[in-house]
Design a protein. Structure first.
Length: 258
């Protein structure tokens, strides 16, 4: 598929994906979801890529879904449009590699939902966050009602969802919606540093951390602990990543990951 909205740049072992629709504040439309699904497949098919960063061109990360495309839809079409976005962001969440949102500006509505589909979020001091759907007589359609409370707790989630309040980066950091905040001019440099730090760790260990943590969130505690024990053990043994990492530690050298 030809990419018109998304741009891909590979830096070392990091895939940098830019949403390039600045004239529409990077608003999400059907074309975006098709391209993102294809991008997920393309990046997942490149074993040399160990992390992915998503950001937006211009003043917005993503300022929401494309209202111009949505306004004429009937109930069935609205439901279908919701499911398209939910499936894409779920596919993003299911990627084996870590996915980081670099939030350079407005992350509103579907934009915040995209960011929440990533593994964690790094923001510019100028970033703005919100779920404004109730102001349009709608509710979120791309799983904000499910992910937001899991990230920030029920009270803060319902406050943002019900008031449509827009908050800044400092407040987003306070409630745990983002993990780090940087000045705009150094945002991408700092995000790429974080991504690079992750790529220098054990490749399988990082992927298993993501898988076990996410699966555990959907399971009860004991099931999650059992999964952790199984995957912990899978990294031991001759020729394993764990063996190399532990030997490197004891020998005071850098590990040589496969």
């Amino acid at each position: 598929m030809e990419y018109k909205i998304l741009k891909l740049e590979i830096r070392d072992s990091i895939a940098l994906v830019k949403i390039n629709r600045p004239e529409a504040m990077n608003a999400l439309n059907t074309r975006f979801f098709k391209e993102m699904d294809n991008m997920i497949s393309d990046v997942s098919g490149k074993p040399e890529i160990k992390a992915m960063v998503i950001t937006g061109e211009g003043k917005a990360f993503v300022a929401g879904a494309d209202i111009a495309e949505m306004v004429s839809k009937n109930k069935e079409e609205g439901t279908a449009f919701s499911k398209i976005g939910q499936n894409t962001f779920r596919n993003l969440e299911k990627m084996e590699i870590p996915v980081i949102a670099a939030i350079n500006g407005f992350a509103l509505g579907g934009g915040l939902e995209l960011a929440m589909g990533c593994d964690f979020r790094i923001a510019s001091t100028k970033a703005k966050f919100g779920q404004p759907e109730v102001s349009l007589g709608l509710i979120p359609g791309y799983a904000a009602t499910q992910r937001l409370s899991r990230l920030v707790g029920l009270g803060d989630a319902l406050y943002l969802l019900m008031t449509a309040d827009m908050i800044g980066a400092d407040e987003a950091l306070r409630i745990g919606l983002v993990q780090k905040v940087f000045e705009p001019e150094v945002l991408m440099e700092e995000v790429m540093k974080i991504a690079k730090t992750i790529t220098k760790k054990g490749t399988q260990a990082v992927r298993k951390v993501k898988a076990v943590t996410r699966q555990g969130l959907q399971s009860n505690f004991d099931v999650g602990c059992g999964l952790e024990a199984h995957e912990f053990g899978s990294l031991f043994g001759p020729g394993s990543e764990g063996e190399e990492g532990m030997k490197a530690f004891l020998e005071k050298r850098k590990p040589e990951w496969k």
